[in-house]
Write a protein that binds this ligand. Structure first.
Ligand code: KG4
Length: 336
């Protein structure tokens, strides 16, 4: 048990959290979304600059909210990857500076593993567990026989599901991040457009680029014919197929693996239809389900702190020479 300060800067949120003996004392998040919206997606260079501008204000506010002194912190944690390389470096460098200044250990944290452990803010994880990691950059099924043991049993062969939501939204003129308006408009729409199920095979893998292209082609064809697109209907048709792919893979995974609990992780886990389908599939079965609270689905340092506290207990620290890894795979998390 310890006081840990954690920094998240992998994409477009600058966040610092402080956790003490499992109690979350502060979780300050400065989001850059409004600055990236004009580009229809995250601009990596701009993200790095904004992290530089914001990080010390966020640090100041986190320390004030937690009502602690920096010298009281037992370890400094940071997101080592995956993420945007320039963005990761800012948080890492702040963590290294603090660790050096206060002569405390440095804890490297895997961003997606932290999304999984964020579910501990709801209730304890139960193993063996299946985590459905669905975000703007990743789509994977991660099987965990025990804590901190990560095996990828299925992953996307091309685009991530969140990326697909964002591209489809852009195609029909909806703002970034596209998952949010698609989720909302789907509630007013009907499944009227025919879209292909992306990957008809027996694996647990995913594919979203074909679905994205099918939507773009459909929109272009309708435009050429002078037909107006019914955006809520298209959103609903697309969302059904995108989420349907996850549900198909979930059924297969439940058949093939010993699974006591299923947890959702990542930005797309905010999707209300995915959440509804997960409850429909798993409520009243002997498989437990954790759906993270919405605040845990977006990037934040509370989840980094949560996983860091496990790593602290096991004394899994990094040297000051550690580097960020923008492509760090969760199954290459050689922390022992
Ligand atoms: O990649 P990610 O975990 O990063 C951040 O949290 O910053 O989550 C962002 C992704 C985007 O692709 C966004 O469109 C998607 O999550 N997203 C959603 C919803 N809310 C966010 N996708 C579907 N339905 C939602 N309600």
């Amino acid at each position: 048990m310890a006081t840990i300060l954690a920094i998240e800067s992998s994409c477009d949120e600058t966040s610092i959290a402080i956790i003490k003996d499992d109690e979350l004392l502060a979780n300050v998040v400065a989001t850059q979304i409004s600055m990236h919206q004009q580009f229809g997606g995250v601009m990596p260079e701009l993200a790095s600059r904004l992290h530089c501008e914001n990080v010390l204000y966020v640090l100041d506010e986190a320390v004030r909210k937690a009502n602690i002194k920096l010298e009281d912190v037992d370890a400094f944690a940071f997101t080592r990857g995956p993420g945007l390389v320039g963005a990761l470096h800012i948080g890492m460098q702040v963590a290294k500076t603090l660790a050096m200044l206060y002569d405390k250990p440095l804890i490297p944290v895997h961003h997606l593993a932290a999304h999984i452990y964020a579910n501990e803010y709801v209730k304890p994880l139960k193993f063996p567990l299946l985590s459905i990691v669905v975000s703007g950059g990743n789509t994977e099924f991660v099987y965990m026989k025990e804590s901190l043991d990560f095996e990828i049993i299925g992953e996307t062969k091309d685009d991530a599901i969140g990326e697909c939501f964002d591209k489809v939204a852009r195609t029909v003129g909806l703002p970034y991040p596209g998952g949010i308006p698609i989720d909302k408009l789907s509630k007013e729409g009907k499944h009227t457009y025919k879209l292909p199920f992306p990957l008809h095979d027996d694996s647990l893998d995913f594919s979203y680029s074909g679905l994205k292209t099918a939507v773009i082609n459909l929109v272009n064809n309708e435009k050429q014919k002078g037909h107006e697109i019914n955006v809520p209907d298209l959103c609903k048709s697309f969302q059904d197929v995108a989420v349907g792919m996850i549900m198909d893979r979930l059924d297969k995974a439940l058949d093939r693996y010993d699974i006591k609990q299923v947890v959702l992780a990542g930005g797309v886990s905010a999707n209300s239809y995915l959440r509804e389908m997960m409850h429909k599939r798993l409520d009243n079965t002997d498989v437990d389900l954790i759906v993270p609270p919405i605040w845990c689905t977006t990037d934040n340092a509370a989840m980094i702190a949560r996983l860091a506290s496990h790593l602290y207990d096991l004394k899994i620290f990094a040297p000051l020479s550690v580097s960020a890894d923008p492509n760090w795979r969760i199954d290459k998390y050689k922390i022992f």
